[in-house]
Ligand binder design. Structure first.
Ligand code: SAM
Length: 200
């Protein structure tokens, strides 16, 4: 284990609620491709909780991969982390992919990563597979929390191409890729999980 590996306090807080939703959505045996694994805490937590999930962590930042592997050390069902930038098509081939999971990337990357994520997911998912995203979103007709409004402003100040995305805009990109929004799950701290399945 790397003593100085990076740690996200938010991932410590949200890992259990996210796991509960994934356990409801996915069977005990499933292949999962994780996009934007970050520290690797989610991969480690979900992999340990569900030994039947064959978990493939990835991140665009090659420098993050050693920490992801350190977090997941000793978990035989979590594969060594791969470099995967959603904007670089085609995505590397993975084994059977029952789900693509992506937390907290869409608001902290330029908008084109949204189309890339849904198109990439559509290209690798099994016929009944799911794309599951987690993070803060704006929703038409739903008041945005003061916390998310401030977060959105701070994101855009850091990088004008970043910002909290509208569920409706993400959904349009998903439809273009052959996926449809199947479920929206309210999560703690004004976050959402979006579940997309193949159209038709
Ligand atoms: C805020 S972190 C989220 C990490 C983790 N999923 C979590 O929820 O704690 C955002 C991550 O998105 C990754 N990322 C940004 N742009 C990306 C892209 N184009 N393709 C894949 N990952 C990307 C970053 O490298 C970073 O690890």
């Amino acid at each position: 284990m790397t003593p100085n590996r990076s740690r996200s306090p938010a991932a410590d807080r949200n890992r259990e609620p996210i796991l509960a939703v994934l356990q409801r959505l996915l069977p005990p045996q499933a292949g999962v491709l994780e996009i934007a694994s970050g520290t690797g805490q989610h991969a480690a937590h979900f992999g340990a909780a569900m030994p039947g999930w064959d978990w493939q962590p990835t991140d665009a930042d090659a420098g993050a991969l050693p920490d992801i592997d350190a977090w997941c050390a000793g978990l035989p069902n979590v594969r060594p982390a791969l470099a995967l930038d959603v904007l670089s098509m085609p995505w590397p081939a993975t084994r059977r992919c029952d789900a693509v999971f992506c937390a907290n990337m869409l608001h902290i990357s330029p908008w084109p990563t949204c189309a890339a994520l849904v198109q990439g997911a559509a290209s690798v998912l099994a016929p009944s597979g799911l794309l599951v995203t987690y993070g803060p979103y704006l929703q038409d007709g739903v008041a945005t929390s003061p916390g998310n409004l401030a977060f959105d402003a701070s994101l855009r100040q850091r990088n004008a191409a970043w910002g909290i995305r509208r569920v409706e805009d993400v959904s349009v990109e998903a439809v273009r890729a052959g996926l449809q929004l199947q479920e929206t799950v309210a999560m703690p701290a004004n976050n959402l999980m979006l579940v997309f399945a193949r159209t038709g």
